[in-house]
Design a protein around this ligand. Sequence first.
Ligand code: ADE
Length: 250
Amino acid sequence: MNFHILTLFPEMVQNGLNTSIIGRAVNAGLLSVETVNIRDYAFNKHQSVDDYPYGGGAGMLMQAEPVYLAYEAVAKRIGSRTAEKKKTRVVYLSPQGDVFTQKMAEELAAEEDLILLCGHYEGIDERVLEEIVTDYVSIGDYVLTGGELPAMVIADAVSRLVPGVLHNDVSAEFESFQDNLLEYPQYSRPEEWRGKKVPPVLLSGHHANIEKWRRQQSILRTKERRPDLLERSRLTEEERRWLEEEGGLV
Ligand code: ADE
């Protein structure tokens, strides 16, 4: 997976993604994170990339041309929309986009290259967005100062789904949002901490009982914390009956 991040703040993105698991995966050659400084494609002597919006209004807009040139440089280099290759997806981070989900992360993880476009100021001239963007993605219903943090969020969520990035391949499978259920609670040593004991079933060594307990905990936790998700999860008949006894779906 190769991320190409178009931004006015490349060092912010590089610093955010070159540590921990993602940094290790980059060093191992499983991922690459290229940042492209849109300012390098400014076409005036002041190297400015923003201007006032036509029609008036608050703030400044990023101009179309530097964004387009930055995109074009990347697209040419990676051979986007050539005979051999379909158009690379270009994700524009914006509160106006579809809200990012685990399902979208899975879909994006199947791409070979991904271009992430970060806006700043009051946004980007609409014409270049129409020209290059394939996906509008928001990371939630709140407004940030720019698309850099959302781009890092997406790169992180997508990267950990790339085979080999998490050392343990199963750990991306059994976790929150799998089948629309949240993850069960986990415990490590000591067996008793400040008077609180680890649930005895986890010490029993009985794998079938442990699996059943974990699944039930996932269901209960989802019911408590994210009832909206539970409605979309696929419970067995037996689990539905059990949940009914526990107090029902709502
Ligand atoms: N840019 C500013 N706010 C954003 C958000 N919530 N999601 C994605 N991009 C953004």
